[in-house]
Design a protein around this ligand. Structure first.
Ligand SMILES: [Cu+2]
Length: 154
């Protein structure tokens, strides 16, 4: 093997190792952090500042997820992650408190005006979830648009 061929082989090996290393890194569980501000009736966060709704939060199954929420509104709000179907049933019932959904991953934050809270959990199950506020004053905040998507990818 001459010198030029040897250098070529070394470059290919180093490049391949880099690609494999990146793929292992990209597919392994990581820490994800989101910061949101709750208002009437939206969750303001990176890439989103609308009057209703919130940014789509995207994580991978197994990620350690931290969600920090500050209530910048004038009334109490909450943040709960629920399965999409449960959210739709909740909104259709227009907030029957007897049917309050089960938060996925133990996610539940209740905030008085001005309060800040943080939760950390492991995103276990892949799927399409919704994070929302199910406070009623008297209308269900989620029904007024205070929700967005929480996607757990495989
Ligand atoms: Cu609310």
């Amino acid at each position: 093997m001459n010198r030029t061929t040897l250098i070529g082989v070394v470059i290919v090996i180093v490049a391949a190792a880099g690609v494999i290393g990146y793929l292992v890194y990209a597919s392994s569980p990581q820490g994800k952090r989101f910061s949101l501000e709750a208002r009437e009736f939206a969750f303001i966060g990176e890439g989103f500042s609308g009057a209703t709704g919130g940014p789509t939060l995207r994580v991978k199954a197994g990620d350690t997820v931290t969600v920090a929420v500050t209530n910048r509104g004038g009334i109490a709000h909450e943040l709960m992650i629920v399965e999409k179907q449960e959210h739709e049933e909740m909104v259709a019932k227009k907030g029957d408190m007897e049917a309050h959904p089960n938060p996925a991953f133990g996610s539940m934050i209740e905030l008085d005006p001005g309060q800040s809270k943080t939760i950390t959990f492991t995103a276990g199950t892949p799927g399409e979830f919704v994070y929302a506020c199910y406070e009623e004053t008297p209308q269900l905040h989620a029904g007024l648009g205070m929700f967005s998507r929480f996607i757990v990818e495989r």
